[in-house]
Structures are given as structure tokens and as C-alpha cells.
Design a protein around this ligand. Structure first.
Ligand code: ASP
Length: 446
């Protein structure tokens, strides 16, 4: 099939929960068929059908581990076969996948193909079924997604090979999550990596839109486990999304932003179970923001520690901060934030990074900068209030601080990026949820 010169072209990625069983496959097919511009489809492996169910990818990892431990995998692999067979049966498809299933089992049993090979077969097999069901061509990711010797993604080679391969197919399924190493072995991206494949395909196809279909209607303005029924985000910039994702808002794999961002392709997060919902649109820039919604989203994380250093005349001591940061670098500790005063410097780090080196670090800092006071306090939660609307709205910071203090919560740290895109607050972990609720109610409460 050769591609015509059409204008709109959409790459659609479906997550594991969207392809967990035959019913979901039908729903996915009806979404794809509803729009002829949805030409390239990137599937995940079958995910959980209900809470407590197992993801096929996890079962494949378990098979690999079992083979290494010299255990029998018949029962476990049988469960994987059942998942695929019940999808094929439920769809009424005339497709015999038993040869493929046997081949994969024997290859895993052979023990030379590696862990990533085993994991990748979830997407591969699902892709075969989906291509058959849709009547689309199947492009094996091992022929178009390349990694370099050092294990990093080879963007250049992939773009070249993938674009010319896509040109040969009007409609195709390309399984997510994996590609090939120069030595011919299969390699996967990190978990959730089908999002990355989708983005790569969208970039190579010069798509007009990358639709990422999942089981929620996009990004929420706050974590629904903390705020009841939060409003969903209609439009978010890549920049805002980086801030929100970094602070814990997860719907999309972090790395999946780069290939589409470079090509200015927007991403639309959509809900397979509610296709009519607009979802969240992720774009490069927008001037469009709802004036009542100055804040795009609120996200946060617990588990931070703050190292506070006090030293007389710190502000006039040249090289003070550098020496502090050098010590942290020597310990291979990542610095998250550096709130500073005239004679004090705070360094916020993840508490887990201090594990096993707390005392040595303390002593090294003492030696390096001879402070008047040095403390390391744990139990800090960071909350990011993110919004491109903040630049144009006076008094946003005041509203944030007022809301938090009205909830009787003490703010231990404040950091505002110079781009005015976010305000970061540090509070005691005990107040983490209440702080998010207080800010949410201030900006979104009725
Ligand atoms: N199936 C893989 C995982 O569970 C990749 C993906 O779903 O994106 O991580």
C-alpha cells in the first residue's frame, strides 16, 4: 500500500489497559476506523483487565526469571497464551497465533535472547493481532527502531529508516516498547516505553497529531487520590508538563515528549473508554488560557531532605556555593532546589540519595566550607504550582501562600523559577495532602 499525499496524519498509541481484552480491542478498532487520518497505530502489550490482574509484560519478565532460575514455565506461559487466545476468540478472528507463541516460548527457554526480548514479545504479539483485526500492515519495530552500542536510542538512523518504511504503508501497526541493538539483539525502552515509540513514529511520519489513548481523560489539575474529582487539564505546554511530570503527575512517559516536541507535533491524551471527552492537548506554546484558571496544575512529591548551611558573610565569599555543590557532586547526589538567603544556603535533595552517606557528607561539607551551622532535616514534601497564566496574573503567589496559611500550614521553603511558570513550596510531609487541597480549592473551588 502506498501513502497518498494527504494533509492530516495521526499516529495513535494505545496503552495496555486499552488493549487488555477483546472488548477493548473492539473499542480501539472503532476509534481508529472512525477517522481515516489515524494511520499508524502503536500498541502496548495487554494490561490489567481488573485490579489485581497481571500485565502480560510482567508475566513475560517472570518467565524470563523462571528460566534463569531453572524453573518450569509451562503454567505461566500458558496463562500468557490464554490472554492472546481469548482476545483472538473474542474478536472472532481467523488467526492462528500458536506458531508465534511456540516460537517465543522456545526462544525464551533457549536462554540466549535476553530479558528485553522476553518483555518485548507482549507488544509484538499484540501488534500482530491488532494488525490482523484492523486489516493494517504490520511493521516490526525491530526493523525500524534502532539503539546504539551504548544502549541509547539512535534517533538519526531510526528517523531515516522508519520514515522510508512508513512511506511504503498507508495504514500500519508498529508495536511499541522495543527496537534493535547493532548486534541484532532486542532492546526495550524503560517501562511504559510504548509512549516513546508512539512519539518516535509520529516524528518520523511528520504527523499532524500524536494521539495517546489511555484509561483516563488526560492530565488532571491535581492527583485524584488527593482531590475529589479534579478538573482535567484541557491544554498544557510541553514546558509545564515537564514541571508537572517531574513532580509526580504521571500519564505519559517523560521521554516521550522529545521526538514530537522537536517536530512541533502536539500530543492529545485521550480516554479509550470515553472517546468523546476532549482529553488533554500538549502543545509547544499557547496564548490561550482561561483567565479564571491561572494555574494549569498542582503536583507534588514527598521524600525530600533539606541541607541548611549557615555561614557568616556567605554572600560575599566567592566560590561558597560552588564548594558546596562540588561536595554533593562527589557524593553523586542530585540537587533538586537551592533556596538561598544572605548568609544561609539550603540544598534540597531526595532523602533516599542520602542513604548510607549521610555522616560522611555532613563531615565533608563541614570541612569544605566550615559553616557556623549545618543541619540535615528530612520529611519535606515539595509541591509545584504550575501555570503559564501566572506570568500575566498579579497576586498569584499571594493567593497560594494565603490559601496555605489559612489552612494553618507552615511553609518551610519557597522557590519560584525565574520563568514564572511555577512556584514550589516545601511543607512537612504530614501536610502534603492538605496543602494540595488548600491550593486546589483556592484556584478551582466553586
Ligand atoms: N508493556 C510495557 C510496560 O508494561 C510498555 C508499555 O506498556 O508502554 O511497561
Amino acid at each position: 500500500m502506498y501513502k497518498e499525499n494527504t494533509m492530516a496524519l495521526k499516529v495513535v498509541k494505545f496503552g495496555g489497559s486499552s488493549l487488555a481484552d477483546a472488548e477493548h480491542f473492539k473499542q480501539v478498532a472503532s476509534i481508529i476506523k472512525a477517522d481515516k487520518d489515524r494511520r499508524y497505530v502503536v500498541p502496548s502489550a495487554p494490561g490489567k483487565r481488573f485490579s489485581g490482574d497481571e500485565k502480560v509484560t510482567d508475566m513475560l519478565y517472570a518467565c524470563y526469571n523462571a528460566v534463569r532460575a531453572g524453573e518450569n514455565i509451562d503454567e505461566l506461559y500458558g496463562k500468557i497464551c490464554d490472554r492472546y487466545n481469548s482476545i483472538i476468540e473474542g474478536l472472532g478472528l481467523d488467526f492462528d497465533i500458536s506458531g508465534e507463541l511456540n516460537y517465543v516460548k522456545n526462544t525464551i527457554l533457549g536462554g540466549h535472547s535476553g530479558r528485553d526480548y522476553a518483555a518485548s514479545r507482549g507488544e509484538y504479539l499484540n501488534g500482530l493481532i491488532l494488525a490482523k483485526y484492523l486489516g493494517f500492515d504490520f511493521i516490526d519495530a525491530e526493523n525500524v527502531i534502532y539503539f546504539k552500542d551504548d544502549g541509547t536510542f539512535d534517533a538519526e538512523l531510526t528517523r531515516q529508516e522508519l520514515s522510508s518504511e512508513l512511506d511504503r504503508h498507508e495504514y500500519a501497526v508498529i508495536p511499541g516498547f522495543y527496537g534493535i541493538m547493532p548486534n541484532g539483539t532486542i532492546k526495550t525502552f524503560s517501562r511504559g516505553g510504548s509512549d516513546i515509540t508512539g512519539s518516535i513514529v509520529a516524528g518520523a511520519a511528520d504527523a499532524t497529531l500524536y494521539e495517546n489513548w489511555t484509561d483516563v481523560s488526560g492530565f488532571m489539575t491535581a492527583d485524584p487520590r488527593i482531590v475529589t474529582d479534579p478538573v482535567s487539564i484541557r491544554t498544557v505546554t510541553y514546558h509545564e508538563l515537564r514541571e508537572l511530570s517531574y513532580m509526580g503527575a504521571t500519564v505519559l512517559h517523560d521521554e516521550s515528549i522529545f521526538p514530537v516536541r522537536a517536530a512541533s507535533i502536539p500530543i492529545n491524551i485521550k480516554n479509550t473508554n470515553d472517546p468523546a471527552a476532549p482529553g488533554t492537548m500538549i502543545v509547544e506554546t499557547t496564548t490561550d488560557y482561561d483567565k479564571d484558571r491561572i494555574i494549569t496544575g498542582i503536583a507534588g512529591k514527598c521524600g525530600f531532605s533539606v541541607i541548611t548551611i549557615e555561614a557568616e558573610r556567605m554572600n560575599t565569599t566567592i566560590g561558597f556555593s560552588r564548594r558546596v555543590l562540588e561536595v554533593l557532586e562527589d557524593f553523586n547526589i542530585n540537587v533538586e532546589h537551592i533556596p538561598t538567603g544572605i548568609d544561609t544556603m539550603g540544598v534540597v535533595v531526595r532523602t533516599e540519595e542520602l542513604e548510607g552517606c549521610r555522616e560522611k557528607l555532613f563531615n565533608s561539607l563541614n570541612r569544605a566550607v566550615k559553616p557556623n551551622m549545618l543541619t540535615i532535616e528530612d520529611g519535606l514534601a515539595l509541591i509545584a504550582v504550575v501555570g503559564r497564566g501566572m506570568v500575566n496574573a498579579k497576586g498569584t503567589a499571594a493567593r497560594v501562600f494565603d490559601a496555605v496559611s489559612s489552612a494553618d500550614i507552615n511553609i518551610r521553603m519557597i522557590d519560584q523559577g525565574s520563568s514564572e511558570l511555577n512556584i514550589i513550596l516545601g511543607v512537612d510531609e504530614d501536610h502534603y495532602k492538605d496543602t494540595i487541597r488548600a491550593i486546589y480549592n483556592e484556584f478551582y473551588g466553586k
